[in-house]
Write a protein that binds this ligand. Structure first.
Ligand code: SAM
Ligand code: GLN
Length: 276
């Protein structure tokens, strides 16, 4: 039988030979998952021998990762804004860049009592905003299985969010202070060029933004205008080439338009205020 140390060595080597990025870290995450412990446990127990069932699980996880399955779908978890979210292949894995959407909403001036999140996926934005702002949050998605995951996350993290299954915000009535969204924005023609982890494993409905990747914003903006009070805000995540198209969609009836960049210097979040 193998020790923890030897299992990590062998696992990292396999992943490295298979061209998987961060092989050592990935091996640690997968072994910790097989042992149902966290990574720090591995450092203190390098000499411990793996039980057969642990070895079998670890082997399966390595195999899945080598075939391109993202680590987060294997461990079924991704941290977002410091909290663990359940993720399955029914939802997009929340990206660290999406935390810019949260920061932008938290930095807005004015009232933030009612928030709508359109296309909530795992619930990362909706749940985080509910907890961070104490606002009443409504969240939509077109995918019923994604909504099951989002509901689970809201319950597990103690966030009161109302979930609705519909196209964008078509079934939503009422008046909101903020409408947030990270819609699918990858131009259709670029999907084939994405990493296989994304292309083959993440839901296409979460990625495919149509021919230019900005089509969805031209549908989102009028729906947001209908649901926002005057002076209320939209905050959207955008693709690295979407700025122009999204600005165009916000041409009439919006003010204080501001684009924020991510750590890579790419445009990532846009906010605008419904003219009063
Ligand atoms: N908000 C999550 C996040 O930031 O991690 C998920 C974002 S993912 C890029 C886009 C989400 O929008 C997916 O969950 C997808 O199912 C949903 N979606 C796509 N088209 C939609 C539509 N027409 N109406 C509502 N939701 C839609
Ligand atoms: N940021 C995702 C990616 O890396 C795309 C998510 C989206 O379409 N909103 O591909």
């Amino acid at each position: 039988m193998l020790t923890v140390q030897a299992a990590l060595r062998q696992g990292s080597q396999l992943l490295k030979d298979g061209g998987i990025p961060d092989p050592r870290l990935t091996a640690e995450v997968l072994l910790a998952h097989a042992l149902k412990r966290d990574r720090t446990y591995l450092y203190a127990h390098g000499e411990r021998e793996l039980a057969e069932v642990e070895w079998v699980h670890y082997g399966r996880y390595l195999h899945e990762r080598l075939k391109g399955k993202p680590t987060q779908y294997i461990t079924r978890t991704q941290e977002f804004y410091g909290r663990p979210f359940l993720v399955t292949p029914d939802v997009l894995i929340p990206r660290p860049e999406t935390e810019h959407v949260i920061e932008r909403v938290l930095g807005l001036s004015g009232r933030r009592r009612h928030i709508l999140d359109i296309g909530c996926g795992s619930g990362a934005i909706a749940v985080t905003l509910a907890i961070e702002t104490g606002a009443g949050v409504v969240a939509t998605d077109i995918s019923p299985p994604a909504l099951l995951i989002a509901r689970h996350n809201a319950r597990a993290l103690g966030a009161a969010v109302e979930f609705v299954c519909c196209d964008l915000a078509s079934a939503i009535r009422g008046e909101f202070d903020v409408v947030a969204s990270n819609p699918p924005y990858v131009p259709e023609g670029e999907i084939a060029g994405l990493q296989r982890e994304i292309r083959e494993h993440e839901p296409r409905v979460a990625l495919d933004g149509g021919p230019t990747g900005t089509e969805i914003y031209s549908r989102l903006v009028p729906q947001a205008a209908r649901l926002l009070r005057r002076g209320g805000w939209v905050v959207f995540e955008i693709g690295y080439r979407s700025e122009e198209g999204v600005r165009l969609a916000l041409k009439d009836g919006w003010e204080d338009i501001e684009v924020g960049h991510d750590l890579a210097g790419l445009p990532r979040v846009i906010s605008a205020r419904r003219a009063s």
